[in-house]
Design a binder for this molecule. Structure first.
Ligand SMILES: Nc1ncnc2c1ncn2[C@@H]1O[C@H](COP(=O)(O)OP(=O)(O)O)[C@@H](O)[C@H]1O
Ligand SMILES: [Mg+2]
Length: 476
């Protein structure tokens, strides 16, 4: 009896052993995973508070009329928001996504300023949708992962926002679009005729009430809808949101009345003996005048913050972080640079002043700063009419130092895309043609080669060939 029992127990053990063996050797069929909706995925989008957004109801409805997900129509829908810089394309796209988020399971904001910014904004999406062990080191892996997910038939209600596609000759946006008959896409661009889709042209704000609302919100001065001088200022700024925001932010920091601001504005606008014809474009002139007023005030109120604004021209406008900005610190730098950057609290104080003036945006998720591309253009053309070799080579040292710690084999990896944007900035045509910068390359040839190598790996060959004055020294 006992031996019978032992046999049965042995048999049971054998059975368990066999079951385990089969379990371990026969691969079970992978269960199809359900699509996880990502909801609103704005990542590093330049968000403003919903309460700060004004008007644009007609445009939002026009966009929705084209994009509205419709089960019956098996096609991808696409809207192109076109208009000049600072007119409000990005904020309109964000406001639409916020207002109609219930129509979509996932909304992805992607920075389409360049290929590298696109890959960088796809990376967190790829990470969120992929299994933990998936390799996402390269741009190709990241893009393939996201496209596969967007192509899935059970993932049809997404909205992609390709923002700031302002250089369509550099790359084709279609390479980043899923080729399926579902999904909705918004492209924002200054050149809408070069992008495929239903064009919605974004115009200056039409109603004076909307302009006044922006001035009101940004200046923190209530009850201005009936104020005649506020109205005159609003009209003078012609419904350009970026100019209204800048003027409003200035007034929040000042005791000036609307009348006084308008007065100084008019004087700046009309009297510019040094460059009477340079800013031919009315919008540019409107914007530049508001920024110049803010800058003049900053120079008195917080000279270090004003200097930081100048320095920003030498870096890319996206994703500037503390460790990058301080990587080039060493002795013999101008005192303001040393004191502002050495202490993180001082640095953040100066940057906060620029944020208050609406000249800079904080990106809390990535702990970095960004600047609207129009403001960035102004920092180069107006605040650096004379190039500063000191600032240029400082920025160069910062980028080189960050790159130095990266293994060369990893230069092409997607996580270094933002570094490569800063590297690319160093090759801006203004720097390339500036003779005063030439001497600085001596002693920095190795660093320049590293930067050029990174740009090459990041598929920006032409930029790699243009590190200022490197060609002349290549034989050294
Ligand atoms: N409808 C709006 N209401 C309030 N502020 C706006 C609005 N549109 C734009 N802005 C302000 O103007 C700035 C520039 O707008 P943005 O959308 O970035 O312009 P674009 O993308 O056309 O260059 C924004 O940062 C925001 O502060
Ligand atoms: Mg934009």
């Amino acid at each position: 009896m006992a031996s019978d029992l032992e046999t049965v127990v042995d048999l049971l053990y054998l059975l368990v052993y066999l079951i385990q063996a089969v379990d371990n050797t026969v691969p079970s069929r992978p269960k199809p995973t359900k699509v996880t909706p990502l909801g609103l995925c704005f990542n590093s989008a330049p968000l403003i508070e919903t309460a700060e957004f004004v008007g644009r109801n007609t445009e939002i409805e026009n966009i929705h009329a084209v994009l509205r997900p419709d089960e019956a129509r098996k096609e991808q829908k696409r809207v192109v928001l076109g208009g000049i810089g600072g007119i409000g394309k990005t904020q309109l796209a964000i406001a639409y996504a916020r207002q109609y988020q219930q129509s979509y399971t996932s909304v992805l904001w992607l920075n389409a300023a360049s290929e590298s910014t696109l890959y960088a904004s796809l990376l967190p999406v790829a990470q969120a949708i992929s299994a933990e062990q998936t390799d996402l080191s390269t741009n190709e892996q990241v893009l393939a992962g996201v496209l596969k997910w967007l192509n899935r038939p059970d993932n049809a209600r997404w909205l992609l926002v390709f923002d700031n596609y302002d250089e369509p000759d550099l790359f084709a946006i279609n390479d980043f679009c899923p080729s399926v008959g579902h999904g909705s896409i918004i492209v924002t661009t200054r050149l809408p005729d070069l992008a495929k889709g239903k064009i919605v042209r974004v115009q200056p704000l039409q109603s004076i009430e909307d302009s006044l609302s922006i001035l009101e919100i940004r200046s923190g001065r209530s009850g201005i809808q009936e104020d005649s001088s506020a109205k005159r200022l609003a009209r003078r700024l012609s419904g350009f949101p970026l100019a209204l925001v800048t003027a409003g932010a200035f007034l929040r920091k000042s005791t000036m009345t609307f009348e006084q601001y308008l007065d100084v504005y008019e004087r700046k606008w009309n009297i510019n003996p040094r460059r009477p014809l340079r800013l031919q474009d009315y919008q540019d002139r409107t914007l530049y005048t508001t920024w110049n007023l803010s800058y003049n005030r900053l120079r008195n109120e917080d000279p270090d913050a004003a200097q930081m604004l100048r320095l920003m021209a030498y870096f890319d406008n996206q994703n500037v972080w503390y460790d990058l900005l301080t990587a080039g610190l060493m002795d013999d730098l101008p005192e303001w640079l040393q004191t502002t950057l050495e202490d993180k609290t001082d640095f953040e104080g100066a940057m906060a002043v620029l944020v208050d003036y609406c000249l800079l945006e904080v990106q809390h998720t990535s702990q970095s700063y960004s600047m609207h591309s129009c403001v960035h253009d102004w920092t180069l053309s107006e605040l650096n009419t004379t190039m500063s070799p000191e600032l240029y080579w400082y920025a160069f040292n910062c980028v080189a130092k960050i790159i130095k710690n990266v293994d060369r084999d990893l230069f092409g990896y997607v996580k270094y895309n933002y570094v490569s944007r800063h590297a690319r900035r160093l090759t801006h045509p203004r720097f390339e043609t500036c003779d005063e910068l030439e001497a600085g390359i001596v002693g920095r040839e190795d660093k320049a080669m590293d930067i050029a190598q990174m740009l090459k790996e990041q598929v920006q060959l032409s930029a790699a060939e243009q590190i200022p004055h490197l060609d002349a020294h290549r034989g050294l």
